[in-house]
Design a protein around this ligand. Structure first.
Ligand code: NI
Ligand code: MN
Length: 228
């Protein structure tokens, strides 16, 4: 059974397996590139990498409408409950794993920041390694390049989803180093093209990936899908 991934623009991804639909970093209604509205999206589980608005903006409304469980760091999970009345949350922290029942979510470090939209402390930013349907997928979240990414390659990665937009995260050049360290079978770019400051050429990125790494680059437009 393969997992269908849909890029919903910016850093928002939807993963569909036979068992569940997972939404990562929901940012739709205020995103200039999102192909869907928050009111139209389905989810059983919502993962939030950190507290910035462009990753959490639509988490509460989607969770409350769908009943999806939100998995985030402890501070963000508490904030969603206390400030937004989201009852189904799982608060975790770096290095920990959570069993979804036939799938596993591990929160791993990211080098970034995590203040929540109202100025509340948002804990530490993270990324997620997902083990589902026999595959191992890494969603880096917003991050700089860091050498501990080499550790995430242990056990093999079927897919890495990496930010390439620069300015707030690593850009194309550092993403190539990350891909060499992570050695995923497939790699998809994220967190680019949403606004002019993070506009980069994904075609140029894909060429560099093919030339300098052994991973297969997967570039889709917002709304585009592929299988892992
Ligand atoms: Ni951020
Ligand atoms: Mn961001």
């Amino acid at each position: 059974m393969r997992t269908e991934l849909t890029w919903l623009g910016h850093a928002c991804w939807q993963l569909r397996t036979a068992e569940r639909t997972i939404l990562i970093d929901p940012f739709l209604d205020e995103s200039p590139t999102a192909p869907v509205r928050a009111a139209d999206i389905e989810a059983d589980v919502i993962l939030v990498t950190h507290g910035h608005f462009d990753h959490i903006a639509d988490a509460a409304p989607i969770a409350k409408r769908t009943g999806a469980t939100v998995i985030a760091n402890f501070e963000i999970a508490q904030w969603l409950t206390n400030v937004h009345g989201v009852t189904a949350t799982v608060g975790m922290n770096l290095g920990g794993s959570y069993d979804l029942g036939g799938a596993k979510v591990t929160m791993v470090p990211a080098w970034h920041s995590s203040q929540l939209p109202d100025g509340s402390y948002g804990g530490n930013p993270g990324g997620f390694i997902l083990q589902l349907s026999g595959k191992r997928l890494y969603f880096a979240g917003d991050t700089a390049l860091f050498s501990d990414m080499q550790l995430f390659a242990r056990g093999g990665l079927d897919l890495a989803v990496l930010p390439i937009g620069d300015l707030f995260t690593m850009g194309i050049e550092d993403s190539i180093r990350a891909i060499r360290w992570l050695a995923p079978k497939q790699v998809a770019p994220s967190h680019y093209g949403t606004w002019p400051p993070i506009a980069v050429d994904a075609g140029q990125w894909a060429e560099a990936v093919r030339r300098e790494t052994s991973a297969e680059p997967i570039v889709v437009e917002p709304g585009g899908k592929f299988l892992v």
